[in-house]
Design a protein around this ligand. Structure first.
Ligand code: NAP
Length: 323
């Protein structure tokens, strides 16, 4: 079978398309014939060795896949040959990566694709959708009285955060480029501000009482600015590092019971992921959290696409890779 692998950390040049043996599923494993995978920032972080994790040698790149069950190992229940499935935790902690024609997946990390859900949209969305789902439900514990500021709301994670926060009936304030206002309003944002200077001044003026929750997906907003924007008992959730900046009003921080909570999806447990999958499938069945703007590529393009994402980002589009 074909697989996209790396055998040593580095730039996208370390990625190679090679032939590998197809392995038989062992106890508790399922062999999945891959329909499509996608590329997430985290694939690049792992390929560069920036997130320390056990990898096979050579390591297959990629975290998310949709596919069809080919064969099940002993002791597996709930899956049979021909089932359409997805997973979002391949390629780290010693597990085989997703970008191969056939991938072994532990059965407790595999979920059915709900009937009627487009597998390509699902795979394109699943990393950012999972992050937003877990962050809003378990890390923020949003409710209908929460007021949340989502910075970088026009991006992959940002747009999912808006939809999840709306599902909890929270009051949703966003920052993005002006061109994303319409889509964000459509997804459920109550107020949209441009992250360029005038918009931010207006936001500071209108929300002097602060927010219950803030999350910056852009990594461009200073920690001190966000800490100042937190209200009483407010929480800043960090999923990407802010620019270096250490000075903030410590007196105001602790006397108002503010907090900063870090979250990284790679540390979610199997149980967390299973719960997440149940909630995500419900969203997907309602056509929520799914990416519409998809471009199709093949395995031979993965190195080029990782390079492109690293260099220029991938504004408003998700790449779906078919074998
Ligand atoms: N910790 C975790 O588990 C986890 C999971 C998933 C993702 N992440 C991380 O989350 C980050 C976001 O991922 P993504 O896929 O959503 O990226 P993305 O699609 O590139 O979104 C980033 C957004 O930030 C906006 N932006 C840029 N500068 C800004 C500023 N100063 N203020 C407000 N917004 C600004 C961009 O808007 P314009 O294009 O209009 O400039 C863009 O829409 C990445 O660093 C990723 O690695 C972490």
């Amino acid at each position: 079978m074909k697989a996209v692998v790396f055998d040593g950390f580095g730039s996208s040049d370390v990625l190679n398309l090679i032939d590998m043996e197809i392995e038989k599923p062992k106890e508790g494993e399922v062999l999945v014939e891959v329909i499509a995978v996608t590329i997430d920032n985290v694939d690049i972080i792992i390929r560069k060795g920036l997130y320390k994790t056990d990898l096979k040698s050579p390591a297959i790149t990629g975290r998310d896949l949709v596919g069809k069950v080919k064969e099940v190992g002993s002791g597996v229940s709930g899956f049979s040959a021909g089932d359409y499935v997805w997973t979002n935790s391949s390629g780290y902690d010693g597990r085989m990566g997703a970008t191969a024609e056939f991938v072994l997946v532990e059965s407790d990390r595999l979920y059915h694709i709900p009937k009627g859900v487009d597998p390509y949209k699902l795979v394109a969305s699943v990393h950012s959708a999972s992050t937003a789902q877990i962050v809003t439900r378990d890390v923020m514990r949003l409710g209908k009285n929460s007021k949340i500021l989502i910075e970088g709301a026009g991006g992959n994670v940002g747009r999912k955060l808006v939809q999840c926060a709306r599902a909890f009936n929270s009051y949703v304030v966003t920052t993005s480029s002006d061109c994303d206002f319409e889509i964000l309003k459509g997804l459920g944002a109550d107020e949209c501000y441009s992250y360029h200077e005038d918009g931010m001044n207006e936001l500071f003026e209108k929300h002097k009482d602060g927010f219950d929750h803030i999350i910056d997906t852009s990594g461009k907003v200073k920690l001190s600015d966000n800490i100042n924007l937190l209200g009483l008992n407010g929480q800043l959730t960090m999923i990407t590092p802010p620019p270096a900046d250490t000075s903030f009003d410590a007196m105001d921080f602790y006397t108002k019971g503010k907090k900063i909570v870090g979250f990284v999806f790679s540390r979610a447990t199997c149980e967390d992921l299973l719960q997440n999958a149940k909630y995500l499938n419900k969203y997907f069945e309602k056509n929520l959290l799914l990416e519409d703007n998809i471009e199709f590529y093949s395995f031979k393009d993965v190195a080029m696409l990782q390079y492109k994402i690293e260099k220029d980002g991938a504004r408003g589009v998700k790449y779906v890779i078919r074998p």
